[in-house]
Every structure is written in C-alpha cells, then in structure tokens.
Design a protein around this ligand. Structure first.
Ligand SMILES: C[S@@+](CC[C@H](N)C(=O)[O-])C[C@H]1O[C@@H](n2cnc3c(N)ncnc32)[C@H](O)[C@@H]1O
Length: 291
C-alpha cells in the first residue's frame, strides 16, 4: 500500500516525538546503572560463578519479593545497555505463566569492572550521586548567570562549595569523593604505567599537581621506584594523606606555586580556572614536562 502525504507526515511526527522521548528518558540508563550499583547486582552474579537466575539475584540483593517483576524490567534495561548479558532463555513451556524467560544473566566486559579489584564502582557511584547529578537541574540558570560570581562552577552554584571543600563540611561526601577518585586512579594508573613506561623511565622527579590523596603518584612510585614522586594539594587534603610511603606530600595552592620537578602530572582535575584567565572549569587530564 502506498503511503499518502498524511501518513508520511504522521510518521515524521512520530519519529520526531520518539527522538525527543529518547533524550527525555535517557537518564533511565544511568539510573538503572545506579540501581545496579546500589543493589550490587554485579557482585550477586559474580557470587553465582558469573551466571545467575533472576531469583538468585533477587535473593542475593535482598529484594522485596513483590518487586521481582520490577527487577526483571531493570535487568532488561541493563542487558539492552550492555551492562549485563542474557545467557539463554527458558522455554515458555517450562514456565507457569507460559512466557519465555531469561534463563540466566551474565557479566559483560563492562560489568566485570564492577566486581573484584580494581573496581570502578566507587567512581561511578560518585558520579551518579545526587550531589553530582542534581546540579545539572540548574544548568540553564547557570548559563544565564554570566560571570557573577566569577568562575563559579555548576557544582558550586548548587552546593556553595567546590567538591573538595564540601568534603570537609560533609564527611560522608568526603569519603564518597576520595574513594571515587582513588578507584579511578587505581584502575587507570595500572594501564598508564604499563602503556607509558618509556615516558616515566626518562623522568627523575615528578609532581602530581592537585593529586588528591596521591593514588596516581603511589602507582607511579611503585612501578618506577627511581622516580621521586611528590603530590601537591590543598592543605586540608594533604592533612589526610597516607603516611609512611615513598611519595612526598606538599600542601599548597597550585595557582601560587608548583614545586620543582622534571615533570608535572595532572589527572582528572576538576578545578575552577584561575581568576581572569581563560581555562577549563570542568576537567583536564594529562601530563607535561616541566621547563
Ligand atoms: C578531582 S580531584 C583529582 C584528584 C587526583 N588528581 C585524582 O585524579 O584522583 C581534584 C583535586 O584538585 C585539588 N585542588 C583544587 N584546587 C587546587 C589548588 N588550587 N591547588 C592544589 N590543589 C587543588 C583538590 O583538592 C582535589 O584533590
């Protein structure tokens, strides 16, 4: 049957609506991942040897029994988005309800990163925490605010403080923040020291600028004991730094001065730009040779 103009236009309207709905409900994917982290579904599957049925997952995550059908829907989102995988189906005849069911769920390369060590879960938990997600509700307002107060990030507009300063006022957020950043360093630095070994071997001393509790510097120091590693961070962060390691911790403000070293290292900075200078106030990463 040939489509008439009206059908073509209606299809175009439906396609346009679908496009908007796709973006409107896009947050469901990240919230489904957050629920998987909260419930530790990856651990539940791992606990069952990498393949777990829906009832096994439900039991392991202490699901309220009436919510099992909801868990099934959650698992559908998480398998469609590649977090978990479906390991075969149970034929319809084997079920009381006459529907085909997933026989078992398995881990994917993505969800394998959520179990064991190093696990990226603490970093994802930080990024999906209300404290980081809720500021985005004010994105439009933030964009209208111009430069007053100067250099205020979206996070600061919502919370009145930068993340690392909020950590001092709110110990629970502090733990979430520090564990999240440490988990990210733990994961990525294993790869960096393997892949960039030639770079580190040519360096005598290195300063990890805004290095937090020094997860990255610790990894470099461990892999390359000949590299003298220091971490520069704000005094209240350095106050919590681990003692008795080969890494030297220096309290200071990177906008005032940076200790001497052959190289400076920057990772996952989430810092506001210096007043009066153009910069990036969402993040930076990388490393560079000191002059
Ligand atoms: C997102 S964290 C990154 C920590 C670490 N580089 C990592 O990847 O785990 C940003 C760090 O920058 C530090 N920071 C912010 N402003 C700073 C400044 N002016 N001088 C030194 N450190 C600063 C914060 O205290 C915080 O530890």
């Amino acid at each position: 049957m040939a489509l008439n103009d009206s059908t073509t236009n209606d299809q175009a309207l439906l396609d346009a609506q679908r496009e908007l709905w796709h973006h409107t409900f896009g947050y469901m994917k990240s919230m489904a991942l957050k629920a998987a982290l909260d419930l530790r579904i990856a651990d539940a599957i791992h606990h069952h040897g990498g393949a777990a049925t829906l009832p096994q997952i439900a039991t392991r995550v202490a699901l309220e029994p009436s919510k099992v059908p909801c868990l099934q829907r959650l698992m559908r989102v998480l398998t469609v988005t590649g977090v978990f995988t479906v390991l075969g189906h149970q034929p319809a005849d084997d079920n009381g309800d006459g529907d085909e069911h997933v026989a078992a769920y398995g881990l994917t390369p993505a969800s394998r990163l959520l179990v064991g060590s190093p696990s990226v879960s603490p970093f994802l938990a930080l990024m999906l925490d209300t404290s980081f997600v809720s500021p985005f509700f004010g994105l439009g307002t933030w964009l209208q605010q111009g430069k007053l107060p100067p250099d205020q990030s979206l996070f600061e507009m919502a919370h009145g403080k930068k993340p690392w300063d909020l950590a001092t006022r709110d110990p629970a957020f502090g733990s979430l923040f520090n564990e999240g950043m440490a988990a990210d360093s733990g994961f990525i630095m294993d790869i960096v020291v393997r892949e960039c070994a030639d770079v580190f071997r040519r360096v005598g001393s290195l300063v990890d600028v805004a290095g937090g509790l020094g997860g990255a510097a610790q990894a470099i120091s461990k892999a390359f004991p000949d590299v003298k590693c220091s971490v520069l961070d704000l005094p209240h962060i350095v106050a919590d730094a681990p003692a008795g390691t080969d890494v030297k911790y220096i309290a200071g403000d990177m906008f005032q001065s940076i200790p001497a070293g052959n190289a400076i290292f920057l990772k996952e900075g989430y810092t506001t730009k210096r007043r009066g200078r153009e910069g990036n106030n969402t993040g930076y990463g990388g490393w560079s040779r000191a002059t």
